[in-house]
Design a binder for this molecule. Sequence first.
Ligand SMILES: NC(=O)c1ccc[n+]([C@@H]2O[C@H](COP(=O)([O-])OP(=O)(O)OC[C@H]3O[C@@H](n4cnc5c(N)ncnc54)[C@H](O)[C@@H]3O)[C@@H](O)[C@H]2O)c1
Ligand SMILES: O=c1ccn([C@@H]2O[C@H](COP(=O)(O)OP(=O)(O)O[C@H]3O[C@H](CO)[C@@H](O)[C@H](O)[C@H]3O)[C@@H](O)[C@H]2O)c(=O)[nH]1
Length: 442
Amino acid sequence: MKISVIGTGYVGLIQAVGLAEFGFNVVGIDIDETKVKQLNKGKCPLYEEGLEELLKKHINKNLTFTTSYEPIKDSDVIFLCVGTPQDRDGNADLRFLFSAVEKIKETISKDDYKVIVIKSTVPVGTNRKVKELLSEYNVDVVSNPEFLREGIAVYDFFNPERIVLGFENLKNKKPIKIMESIYYCFKEKNIPFVITNWETAELIKYASNAFLATKLSFINELAKLSDKVGADIKTVSYAMGLDPRIGNKFLNAGIGYGGSCFPKDVKALIKQFENNNIDPILIKATDKVNEEQIKWFFEKIKNYYGDLNGKVFAVLGLAFKPNTDDLRESRAIKLIDILLEEGTIVKGFDYVKKARENTINMYKFDKTKAFYGYNLYILDDLYETVKDVDGIIITVEYDRFNKEDWEKIANLVKEKVIFDGRNILNVEKIKKLGFRYHGVGR
Ligand SMILES: NC(=O)c1ccc[n+]([C@@H]2O[C@H](COP(=O)([O-])OP(=O)(O)OC[C@H]3O[C@@H](n4cnc5c(N)ncnc54)[C@H](O)[C@@H]3O)[C@@H](O)[C@H]2O)c1
Ligand SMILES: O=c1ccn([C@@H]2O[C@H](COP(=O)(O)OP(=O)(O)O[C@H]3O[C@H](CO)[C@@H](O)[C@H](O)[C@H]3O)[C@@H](O)[C@H]2O)c(=O)[nH]1
């Protein structure tokens, strides 16, 4: 079977490489010429553990990349993995998706049968619209939302918790059989398949992300109360999580959720409610709590120092979560922006080299926020980062921070104060070294 993957960003690249590993002949298609050139040389444009090795294993064997849509003529299945970012009003912006559909129309013949799989996260009704646009063509459209997590995306691709497939008509077995044959190995491993209609499949994706985001906003809001009343949110989360009906995952309080998905998908779900004249009270609150969390944390820092002007901070963590170079909606970057506006000097660090490089590039192009090398520095070494600072701020949940030499850090800083925005540090150890510790709800 020949497969084309349109859009080889995060999700598309993982699909292309993963499907090649399954033995399919895969062509990745992207409008970004630089990315395509890099990929054809076996170089991964993004940092994701294990991805470059798999890319190198298959490139120019059963996997190639191109900017041309021509290969879709020979493909049996076309995966659409283009971005669906947030537009100015909070809706999902479907311009990339519809532009790809237009190109499919221009390229394929009306008679050749193709299965078009929509992997991108799209509002309810989008698969139906795509089918309408392709109504004169011999195609079936399948909704197949993706649930991978960045940082462990390769693992997630090969070990999904469920495969969700939405179809126009469940009596039409042809596209169902084709999708089941692609994911044959998951069937063998008894991974649940949810076979349903388009609308249900589309909503499952938004419901899953919004539910997890709501769990986070719930615990983050509770952390504010914990702070005031002297409770320890970590112990609260732990004890709550012992009840299997609640579960212990996604209960780590912090400075809020970021990333390329939760913030935009929560907002897009709100819009879908509003477009249907329903007030999404709960989900709007999830979003609001998250927007406020970083400001609340910043106030903690400000209250401690009073005047922040000229203070120097080490911000440990730049990306939106550990083991990624992705800065999209990163809480660390949001905090850095606020700190810079308050006249502080920021020294930033992340264990992922590409996250550091991306941060430098981002600020270099945005001189309104920072003057790189004047009030913002990104350093390659954690110990250099903490040298002579007035405070350390932890913004990404790296457990690795606990393995650092805190005695050495205590001797390097100007003032021994830590704001742990992810509640990740071993408080006893830190306090013994004379640090004043400020967590989130502990
Ligand atoms: N990133 C994640 O962890 C994740 C996980 C699950 C689902 N999703 C969803 O998957 C989709 C893709 O997300 P992403 O993070 O991979 O996006 P991305 O921005 O990293 O990648 C999108 C790619 O599509 C390309 N593109 C845009 N228009 C194109 C066109 N007309 N033809 C060919 N290529 C085109 C871009 O150049 C880019 O390389 C989104 O809907 C997102 O919500 C993302
Ligand atoms: O207990 C927790 C867990 C996570 N986070 C934060 O939540 C955000 C999102 O984390 P995570 O869900 O691990 O990362 P993503 O890679 O964005 O993955 C989410 O978004 C993807 C895109 O839709 C989905 O496919 C995944 O299933 C979903 O977990 C990050 O900022 C984390 O720091 C917390 O603050 N506390």
